[in-house]
Design a protein around this ligand. Structure first.
Ligand code: GLA
Length: 406
């Protein structure tokens, strides 16, 4: 017979497992593609056959992810957002994709992704309707979780329109449990804390992290540099709250990458990529991979920057210095005394940052070696007490990897 202590251990393990979202996913920030920012709720396939929300769009993006090297760089999720379903549930209360736009059905689309070594994500809403007015999951959480699992879905983004926000603290964990109970590993992306933020409801950071793999922390990104700046500013203010609960399994989501869309310049795109990497943010692109130009593709495929984002410790970097229009951000990496540094210039002319590594906490006696992660060249040896000048492009970054000198 088991001793009382053994029984107690079994009980504690079981209840922790049953309580939190223990799906083993998102050990590093998830990477992939998501339709919303670029393709929105365009359901008019007669007039826009190539850009309407349809199986063709997701299959076309999947093909590009594979053929143009994105999948091999880590971008594996192809995520459907709002406007994929019929306007009403069927007579059994089930969600179904719009049959004109998804004639092969969701299972076939998931199979298509899986055969290519990709994963399929889907979108829903905790409320009675999604933000664009399609059926929501309120009162259907378990049914929808099971439906997604049957289809072979790999990620579920649950939005929070059209519902009493005070119900989210209970409802999101419940959905996490239903997803868990399907037995299929489904990465859970929650919009919950962003809705609470919007309403001024105090966020329980620990609870969000134990029930969600990733969570939106702020307003929707738009295709503009101003929007990116606003998001970066907000991130700077929340790293102290979210940082402690970010790590393997749990990442805070500042929303999609808009690199390769209409508004960001090359240096602004480098800035978004660098900041998302240093924040350990999910890298979910929303762009048209069929027409993206090579300079943007190169930024999205930058292996050294991706490596910072995907560092196994999963630490959320933070802002450590702010001088006029420039900022310095820092993220600790897995090996002893190795760091990613982003020097960020918000200004519209080039700027110089004069920095002593000792002032941002670098204390190794022999100094550090720095490498520029966008130019792919060594910056060279830097003593910790030496003042050094770095030139940062207008509305852009210098991103460096720093490691101890021998
Ligand atoms: C909300 C979300 C967006 C997108 C739309 C879809 O605004 O924050 O990311 O999913 O809904 O309607």
């Amino acid at each position: 017979m088991k001793s009382l202590i053994q029984q107690a251990i079994v009980f504690v393990c079981f209840t922790t497992l049953a309580y939190g979202l223990q799906n083993g996913l998102a050990r590093t920030p998830p990477m992939g593609w998501l339709s919303w920012e670029r393709f929105r709720c365009n359901t008019d396939c007669d007039n826009h056959p190539d850009s309407c929300i349809s199986e063709n769009l997701y299959m076309a993006m999947a093909d590009r992810l594979v053929e143009d090297g994105y999948r091999d760089a880590g971008y594996e999720y192809v995520n459907i957002d709002d406007c994929w379903s019929n306007k009403t549930r069927d007579e059994n209360g089930n969600l179904n994709p719009d049959s004109k736009r998804f004639p092969s059905g969701m299972k076939a689309l998931a199979d298509y992704m899986h055969k290519k070594g990709l994963k399929l994500g889907i979108y829903g809403d905790f409320g009675s309707k999604t933000c664009a007015g399609y059926p929501g999951s309120l009162n259907y959480l378990e049914k929808d979780a099971n439906r997604f699992a049957e289809w072979g879905i790999d990620m579920f983004k649950m939005d929070g329109c059209n519902v009493d926000i005070s119900l989210m603290k209970k409802g999101y964990p419940e959905m996490g449990q239903y997803l868990n109970a399907t037995g299929r590993p489904i990465l859970f992306s929650c919009s919950w804390p962003d809705y609470e933020r919007g309403k001024g409801i105090p966020i329980d950071y620990q609870s969000v992290a134990s029930h969600c793999n990733i969570w939106r922390n702020f307003v929707d990104i738009q295709d503009s540099w101003d929007s990116v700046l606003k998001i970066i500013d907000y991130q700077a203010n929340i790293t102290d709250q979210w940082g402690p609960v970010v790590g393997p399994g749990n990442f805070s989501d500042p929303d999609m990458l808009i690199i390769g869309d209409y508004s960001l310049s090359v240096s602004q795109s480098q800035a978004q990529m660098a900041m998302w990497a240093i924040l350990a943010a999910p890298l979910l692109m929303s762009n048209d991979l069929r027409t993206i130009s090579p300079e943007f593709r190169e930024i999205l495929l930058n292996k050294e920057v991706i490596q910072v984002n995907q560092d196994p410790l999963g630490i959320m970097g933070k802002r450590v210095l702010q001088i006029k229009e420039t900022e310095v951000w820092l993220k600790r990496l897995q090996f002893w005394d190795e760091w990613a540094i982003v020097m960020f210039n918000r200004g519209s002319t080039n700027a110089t940052i004069t920095l002593r590594l000792a002032d941002i906490g670098f204390d190794y006696m022999l100094g550090y070696e720095l490498r520029d992660l966008f130019k792919h060249v060594e910056i060279g040896h830097v003593e910790r007490f030496t003042q050094k000048e770095y030139t940062i492009p207008a509305t852009g970054v210098l991103m460096a990897y720093a490691y101890p000198s021998e």
